[in-house]
Ligand binder design. Sequence first.
Ligand SMILES: [Zn+2]
Length: 76
Amino acid sequence: MIHLEIGAILLIFVSVPLVVTAVLALYYNIRSIHRPMRERESIYSCSNCGHVYAFARNRPMDRCPRCGHLNEAVRT
Ligand SMILES: [Zn+2]
């Protein structure tokens, strides 16, 4: 049987999920850099004036550049 100290077991239980999370965060961070700008854009359709516009910011709502009305993103 494998004999481990309680400190070593705790170290493994804390550090393994931490390393896995760090690797996944790094992977998604690198992947988002290589995504084209068009994929990062959110598309909005103004419910007040019908103007269709896109912003690269990832916000659920943004103001229409034509009339200033707040609109929800049609596609993010
Ligand atoms: Zn508008």
